[in-house]
Write a protein of this length. Sequence first.
Length: 65
Amino acid sequence: MSFRQFPATDANGDDYIVIEFKDELAATANTAADPHVRYELADGRHLVRDGRTFRTSGGELMLTT
């Protein structure tokens, strides 16, 4: 498992850090599927990625990178 962090901003201009977790074992497996990647905020809320936009599963927070 590896991770990286990058900045994102909400509609009010507030800054957040998005954490990307990548399952390296899935990346090296001989399958056609993409490696398992998940995104979270530092407080543990899960994010859904849509291009350069991230949102919480309930849609209460939208972020742009």
